[in-house]
Ligand binder design. Structure first.
Ligand SMILES: *Cc1c(COP(=O)(O)O)cnc(C)c1O
Length: 523
């Protein structure tokens, strides 16, 4: 089967339409508003002096524009997106139906709590379920992404030591070299110095190196388990002991929760704080920057026994509680020990409801099956690709993997000069999505692959067959992969230019400025 992606010379929407053309009819509610609330006068000082430069297009132009663009793109509704670490699952449509219901989508965060009891109940249950899934005592749904949850977690670690009068000593956060880049970034944003620990050839943390690095200065440790290599940390209980010994806290990066959910809980492994990516494990869509949701949960660890402060008192944002006496859900504002507000209100409600629906639909047994299928899919794929000339498994070559696997194309690159990037283009060319490449950083020519629980056996087989075919082509005719992709709407993109702020025009504003010659640097 040959794959050919649509190629449209699609203009940006500002180049479409004509002055005065409109796409929808605004209901005439002026009279109604006057009747209900009286004359509305918008103060001059907050009025715009000019109309905003919005596109003037008809409905049919808008529909065709975005349909054309979608035909040049690839999404999880087209086929698998086996991006390791990102956990790009198919997103069941039922979840959108629930969150798009006007009884939910028309609510306002400042509405009287008594009028939003249904939504608050859903969020309350979600807090409880998530706490149960990670084995912790309290959760907040407040953070807007995994990285945001990490920052919240690091600020909690900071506050913990501050309330114990230890902050002048506690300066360092320990992170393994297999970590996602957001971990060290969050630690630094929280005001800590990062101490990196190497991984051993079997993909675990080097315990001797950890012991040498941990000291009185250690404020905490951030760990992803299973790691970004896809391997479960076999010494986690010992690691927890080493870190707790010096009064450090353990932070769990829960982006890979779909590798263990229902079978193991970070709370039982000794972690004190965990974030959960609703937009990964719990199937809310992501990509293109969100919206995401990164709830964090904590153990009821004592912070100050005399004052009766617990870790849960440090959680940020609004938390949904239940008033048993009045039989009513309500929002608890951040108390005096909380790290405060990290964004508005109680979180990104739409993805939270997608996750809520997903958990409710699957139930406890279904969530365990998600884990089983994720792990089975990874190991089945590995069985199809293991031993193929050109690929290798640099870490834990004989271990079972969890939800993902980091393969190296270093042998192929050395033998033929065909790189992980070329392999990715070869996959795109055959109508697949490329895996995550060049991450984790500790794997040379990395191809980090995650099929998730939603991919079929046939698709995994086709993907592996294409990877085998690419390896054969690389050894027979190493010039060919350098020409890929041929069948996509855009040929090979200059990745240096594409990620350089000098050349990128990601918004219409930049485009307009450039077309008017006002952004010379972009020419
Ligand atoms: C995705 C991911 C994160 C960050 O989560 P975002 O929601 O993208 O901010 C952190 N750690 C790991 C291992 C991840 O895969």
């Amino acid at each position: 089967m040959t794959f050919r992606q649509a190629k449209w010379d699609e203009p940006i929407i500002y180049e479409l339409g004509a002055p005065g053309r409109i796409g929808f009819l605004v209901p005439d509610v002026e009279e109604e508003i006057k009747r209900e609330v009286g004359e509305i006068r918008i103060p001059d000082k907050i009025r715009r002096s000019e109309d905003p430069a919005l596109p003037e297009v008809s409905e049919v132009e808008v529909v065709r524009h975005f349909i054309n663009l979608s035909q040049m793109a690839y999404g999880v509704d087209n086929g698998p997106i086996p991006l390791g670490s990102c956990t790009m699952k198919y997103n069941p449509k039922i979840a959108f139906e629930i969150a798009n219901d006007s009884r939910i989508s028309n609510l306002h965060p400042l509405q009287d709590e008594r009028t939003v009891q249904g939504l608050l109940e859903a969020l309350y249950l979600l807090q409880k379920w998530l706490a149960n899934i990670v084995g912790m005592d309290a959760c907040t749904l407040h953070p807007a992404a995994g990285a945001h949850g990490e920052l919240a977690g690091v600020l909690i670690i900071r506050k913990y030591h501050e309330l114990r009068d230890q902050l002048d000593k506690k300066k360092e956060i320990v992170i393994p070299d297999s970590a996602h880049g957001t971990n060290p970034a969050s630690a630094v944003m929280g005001g800590f110095k990062v101490v990196t620990i190497k991984s051993t050839p079997d993909g675990n943390i080097d315990i001797e190196a950890l012991k040498a690095a941990v000291s009185e200065k250690t404020a905490g440790l951030m760990l992803t388990n299973p790691s970004t290599l896809g391997l479960f940390e076999e010494h986690i209980l010992e690691i927890a002991e080493i870190v707790h010994e010096v009064d450090g806290l353990l932070y769990y990066d829960g982006a890979n929760l779909n590798g263990i959910m229902g079978y193991a809980r970070p709370g039982d492994m000794g972690f004190d704080i965990a974030h959960i990516n609703i937009h990964k494990t719990f199937s809310a869509p992501h990509g293109g920057g969100g919206p995401g949701a990164g709830p964090i949960c904590v153990k009821d660890r004592e912070v100050d026994p005399e004052k009766g402060i617990k870790l849960s008192d440090l959680l940020p944002g609004f938390i949904v509680e239940y008033d048993d006496k009045n039989k009513r859900y309500y929002l608890k504002r951040p108390g005096s020990y909380s790290i405060g507000m990290l964004r508005s209100f109680f979180g990104n409600v739409a993805p939270l409801l997608w996750g809520f629906t997903y958990i409710l639909a699957l139930g406890p047994q279904g969530l365990k099956e998600v884990t089983e299928l994720s792990v089975l899919n990874t190991n089945y794929f590995l069985k199809l690709i293991r031993g193929v000339k050109g690929y290798s498994l640099p870490y834990g070559p004989n271990r079972y993997y969890k939800h993902e696997v980091a393969i190296s194309a270093e042998p192929m690159a050395k033998d033929t000069d065909v790189t992980a990037e070329d392999i990715a283009k070869g996959l795109l060319d055959a109508g697949f999505y490329a895996p995550t490449i060049y991450f984790p950083l500790i794997v040379r020519e990395a191809l980090q692959i995650e099929f998730t629980d939603t991919e079929t056996k046939e698709n995994i087989e086709k993907y592996a067959a294409r990877m085998r075919e690419i390896a054969e082509i690389a050894y027979k005719n190493p010039d060919e992969p350098k020409k890929w992709p041929i069948n996509t709407s855009k040929r090979r993109i200059d990745t240096v230019k594409a990620s350089h702020p000098r050349y990128v025009a990601p918004t219409w504003r930049v485009h307009i400025l450039r077309s008017k010659g006002m952004l010379k640097v972009l020419k």
